[in-house]
Design a protein around this ligand. Structure first.
Ligand code: ZN
Length: 150
């Protein structure tokens, strides 16, 4: 089977490229009780903890080879993930793709019938810029675009 034409993978014309799955985001009420699963049972020892105060969340980035698992824990009732936890409980929250050219992605997404959840990328863990696309417009998956994470 042949490869898809390169254009198929472009988000924003020539300027935005998806490189890999950066991480899978998992909403948790209390991360400490889940770390034994990821660190103990699965043996994933490389965990980076960061508080994103403007978004009301504490993030546990757990390295899994080239990719990561991101545990999202609310820091308050008004956190970005509180509504999700209330409505759906703990579980997979989003899939994040590592991209180049995220600033162009907002307009391109709108032009293509996707609904960004913010008018510009927001601060993510590790100094990254992130942009979410509404699951209503992506086939039921909350997609996060990430640029510049380490
Ligand atoms: Zn994420």
């Amino acid at each position: 089977m042949g490869r898809y034409a390169p254009d198929f993978f472009k988000l924003g014309g020539a300027d935005v490229f998806t490189k890999k799955i950066d991480h899978i985001g998992i909403a948790v009420k209390d991360a400490s009780s889940k770390l034994s699963l990821y660190q103990g049972f699965l043996g994933l020892k490389d965990v980076h903890v960061e508080e994103l105060v403007s978004r009301g969340i504490r993030v546990y980035m757990i390295k899994v080879g080239e990719s990561k698992i991101e545990l999202l824990e609310p820091m308050s009732e008004q956190s970005e993930i509180s509504k999700f936890l209330e409505a759906k409980g703990e579980g997979i929250h989003h899939i994040a793709f590592s991209v180049e050219g995220i600033d162009q992605a907002v307009e391109f997404a709108k032009q293509n019938g996707l609904q960004p959840l913010s008018d510009a990328p927001k601060p993510g863990a590790g100094g990254a810029k992130v942009l979410f696309l509404h699951p209503k417009t992506t086939g039921g998956v909350l997609i996060e675009l990430v640029e510049g994470s380490h």
